[in-house]
Design a protein around this ligand. Structure first.
Ligand code: HEM
Length: 368
């Protein structure tokens, strides 16, 4: 009798046998020197709550893998017109990118909510097995580093702790995974590449100069308003005048003072935001919104992790050897991927103050 061809079933399709066999930690004392602990003997849980600790980490890692999968596609869609692609980004690819980013942002909400599950652990119970996991740490999460690199966190922005860069403790397969992102186009670079090709010249050649003029007069209006503020003294009123000049100057530098491609990308960012109500700019504006939201979510994720850690271990040093929450809080405040785009919120103008387009119909839908 010939063997029956297996049919798809729930457990094998999802590889659940493999997944469930991964919830006991390696028995490091019993693993032979020089071999991979992940394929050696396992030990029993040291405490009831150790399973919570393992499962929560694994679930985060699974979501990270989906976030990387989605962001890679968005990077590829937008980066098509970049040095690696050479093609134009098609109209359909913008909504496709927005949908990918919306999915990522929803996942990030779940990631933030999940800290609450970890927080059901009594901190004293964590101490029952904390020594057993030292010196391992989320600091060694290769997917988290992949995610940061793919998004575009620059190497210079990173902080080491104790002079140890983040890649020091990685195993060979982890290094290989990182190599797959290193040197590749980042999401940030793909976005800037796409922005720098926005055809502003064809629609509003004098946009940058006109926007600077409108913003400068808005700043002067604001400083004039402060001169009538009865709560301000002469010194504060003078400071308001100086601040208005400085703001107008910083917009000029942001839009016109850098290399041409960056200037163009910044101009496109303000252009799309300013005329976002016009049909042809709605999807590009949604794309920028979802990216800003992603940045905010990423930073909130770091901040929320730090609060969970504070609640769990106070200000003790981390198992990985960092100063703990002091390190985590500084990454939450300093690590920005689209920081310069957030900076542009300083330059937002009320729609009534935005310079009118020479011909709005160019950005309406046209039917052949
Ligand atoms: C009781 C639970 C946890 C505690 C007390 C904790 C504590 C810490 C500490 C102190 C650090 C700084 C590095 C170090 O010195 O070890 C860190 C880093 C990190 N942890 Fe956690 N963590 C916990 C759970 C988690 C979970 C569930 C994840 C999800 C994957 C996670 C992901 C990370 C990541 C990605 C970093 C690196 C952050 C960076 O370098 O910016 N942690 N954790």
């Amino acid at each position: 009798m010939s063997a029956r061809q297996p049919v798809v079933d729930y457990g094998s399709y999802l590889q659940l046998k493999k997944l469930f066999s991964a919830q006991r930690p390696p028995d490091y004392a019993a693993v032979a020197a020089g071999t991979d602990p992940a394929s050696g003997p396992v030990r029993e849980l040291a405490h009831h709550d150790e399973l919570l600790f393992i499962v929560v980490h694994q679930v985060y890692e699974l979501w990270f893998s989906l976030v990387i999968h989605e962001l890679t596609r968005v990077r590829d869609l937008l980066g098509r017109c970049g040095p690696e692609g050479g093609e134009r980004v098609s109209e359909d690819d913008i909504p496709r990118s927005v949908n990918g980013l919306r999915r990522v942002n929803e996942i990030m909400q779940i990631l933030m909510a999940q800290w609450r599950v970890m927080e059901t652990m009594n901190p004293a119970n964590f101490l029952e097995f904390r020594n057993l996991i030292t010196p391992a740490s989320g600091f060694q999460s290769v997917q988290f580093r992949q995610l940061e690199m793919l998004a575009g966190l620059s190497g210079e922005a990173r902080m080491d702790f104790e002079g140890r860069p983040y890649a020091t403790d990685l195993t060979d397969w982890e290094r290989e995974r990182l190599a797959s992102v290193r040197g590749k186009m980042t999401l940030r670079a793909a976005l800037f590449d796409w922005l720098s090709r926005t055809p502003i010249q064809q629609v509003f050649p004098a946009f940058a100069e006109r926007f600077v003029a409108a913003f400068t007069s808005y700043c002067h209006e604001q400083s004039a308003l402060q001169q009538t503020n009865p709560n301000l003294g002469a010194e504060q009123k003078n400071a308001a005048v100086a601040a208005a000049e400085a703001q107008a100057e910083s917009l000029r530098a942001w839009l016109l003072g850098g290399p041409p491609e960056r200037n163009h990308a910044h101009q496109a960012f303000l252009f799309i935001g300013s005329y976002r109500h016009l049909p042809l700019l709605r999807w590009p504006a949604a794309l920028l919104d979802t990216l800003i939201e992603f940045e905010q979510n990423f930073r909130m994720f770091r901040f929320r992790h730090a609060r969970m850690v504070e609640r769990m271990i106070g200000s003790r040093i981390g198992t990985g050897g960092s100063p703990g929450i002091a390190y985590l809080d500084s990454t939450a405040s300093k690590y920005k991927i689209f920081g310069d785009l957030l900076e542009a919120r300083n330059f937002t103008l009320a729609t009534s103050h935005v310079p009118p387009l020479p011909d709005e119909s160019l950005l309406n839908f046209r039917f052949a």
